[in-house]
Design a binder for this molecule. Structure first.
Ligand SMILES: Cc1cc2nc3c(=O)[nH]c(=O)nc-3n(C[C@H](O)[C@H](O)[C@H](O)COP(=O)(O)OP(=O)(O)OC[C@H]3O[C@@H](n4cnc5c(N)ncnc54)[C@H](O)[C@@H]3O)c2cc1C
Length: 449
């Protein structure tokens, strides 16, 4: 046994899962990626997290940090390195009832958060899925069902507790450490391991939520009308439109407009949602009043051998009509990707551009193309997908890190425009000069100037 591993074993209070152990097969993989790490550590305390980081450094092993394990590129595992899986640090505690301050363990998932806050009539706008991690989603954005009213998940962050590469435990907030606080709100896991998040939650009632569907033939008009309406719609309304779902008929699948109205007043909800109903021939309308915690979906784990390729971009106001025209055309093509378009703007765009490292505040829309299937199907779809993205390229900008299956230099450049990247790299040089935390859309410490 290596002396680094001996030192780890002597004081580690959590689980150490190694090849051959009963749990290794499940512990080594994430929701979307397999891996073969030397060991998976499941810390139970901040001291365990420090011990895990020390072990990775002493043993000279690559480190992967796992929150909810949902990253598309599979950042939450690796081959031949160490995985620190934060899943046992998942407490959710209301620490200040008046200010709605909530402290959440670094490995919690959003379903746990929504369920724990429901009895307090509180919520945090996060994502749409219960099993997605607070860690990964928040550190690079967080576009959830109340995004137009309350902004990104990271906009509601007040402080974090961070274990850094040199094993310090630092409280990071606007008051204690503004530059690092700027960086962790958008810069992903580049700066250390967040063992606890403190959010300002918002009061919530039940919400009007559900899907309204239209015929595929009405896709172009529904899309343009939807985007025009969302531009001035009440900020209580958040919406995602998706189409070309291969499991519902591909290019003939109905256009699905999901809406979430943040409030339980039926008249106000109807006033906000009716213009969407008026966009075309409604095939189905499933909008009902539901507890916020119930609108989050259970996450699906794809069966072995199924790949998911996700690619995203942002759209500014002037390019919206052309991008929607191109996407509608793609939706009617022979083998379309699944397209999901989210309205952002609202509270997201009111935060100053340089307040956080999330660099896409002025976009009106964020969209994702997703291709799902076994490798031959993914390969067959690739030429059309590349052609689509080439057509889109002059009209879109950037990429949303949380919906990117790849992490090439071009991807990193799309997530972080040059100015943001350089500012992040300066913080990286200070807190992680050896680039220990590299399992992410990586900001390298070297100066690029
Ligand atoms: C089914 C599904 C639904 C989704 N829905 C939404 C949505 O509605 N809105 C949205 O914005 N995004 C959504 N996403 C994208 C999601 O935000 C990203 O996949 C995100 O990276 C997942 O975070 P995670 O903690 O589960 O993943 P992980 O793979 O565990 O982590 C992702 C990255 O974050 C780092 N990380 C995680 N926790 C910590 C921590 N505590 N400290 C330091 N680093 C950490 C990891 O090292 C890794 O680099 C969805 C993804 C899926 C698969």
């Amino acid at each position: 046994m290596s002396s680094a591993l001996e030192t780890l074993r002597s004081g580690f209070g959590g689980d150490i899962i190694e090849p051959g152990g009963a749990e290794y097969e499940t512990a080594s993989r994430t929701v979307l990626a397999g891996g073969s790490p030397v060991c998976v550590l499941r810390p139970k305390s901040v001291e365990d997290v420090q011990a895990g980081v020390r072990y990775a450094v002493d043993a000279g092993l690559a480190l992967a940090v796992r929150g909810g394990g949902h990253s598309f590129p599979g950042f939450g595992t690796n081959d031949g390195g160490v995985v620190i899986d934060l899943g046992k640090l998942a407490s959710v505690e209301v620490i200040d009832k008046e200010r709605h301050l909530v402290r959440i363990g670094g490995g919690a998932v959003w379903g746990q958060v929504a369920a724990a806050l429901a009895p307090h009539d509180l919520a945090i706008s996060s994502g749409d899925t219960k099993s997605v991690g607070v860690g990964g989603l928040t550190l690079t954005g967080g576009i959830g069902w109340k995004v137009r009213k309350y902004g990104l998940a990271l906009d509601n962050l007040v402080a974090v507790e961070l274990v850094t590469a040199d094993l310090e435990v630092v409280r990071v907030s606007e008051e204690t450490n503004p530059e690092l606080f700027w960086a962790i709100r958008g810069g992903g896991g580049n700066f250390g391991i967040v063992t606890a998040f403190e959010f300002a939650a918002h009061p919530t009632t039940d919400v009007f939520f559900g899907k309204i569907t239209f015929p595929a033939t009405e896709l172009p008009t529904v899309l343009q009308g939807w985007a025009d309406y969302l531009r001035t719609a009440p900020e209580e309304l958040t919406s995602i439109v998706s189409f070309a779902n291969p499991f519902a008929g591909g290019r003939e699948a109905p256009v699905e407009v999901q809406v979430a109205f943040d409030g339980d007043d039926a008249d106000l909800a109807a006033t906000a949602i009716d213009p969407i109903r008026g966009l075309g021939t409604v095939l189905d309308d499933e909008v009902t009043l539901k507890p916020y915690a119930d609108i989050l979906e259970e996450g699906l784990v794809p069966p072995p051998g199924i790949q998911i390729v996700a690619r995203s971009a942002f759209v500014d106001k002037g390019s919206v009509p052309e991008v929607l025209r191109i996407l509608a055309e793609a939706g009617a093509s022979e083998r379309p990707p699944i397209v999901a378009i989210r309205s952002v703007g609202g509270a997201v765009s009111r935060v100053p551009d340089d307040a956080t490292a999330y660099a896409h505040r002025q976009a009106e829309l964020m969209f994702v193309t997703t291709t799902v299937g076994p490798p031959p199907a993914i390969e067959a779809a690739q030429p059309a997908l590349e052609a689509l993205w080439r057509t889109l390229a002059p009209h879109v900008n950037g990429a949303y890190a949380n919906f990117l299956a790849a992490a090439t230099e071009d991807d990193v450049a799309a997530v972080y425009p040059a100015g943001t990247y350089q500012r992040l790299a300066a913080v990286k040089r200070q807190y992680d000069p050896a680039n220990l935390f590299a399992g992410n859309h990586n900001v390298r410490p070297e100066s690029t100037e």
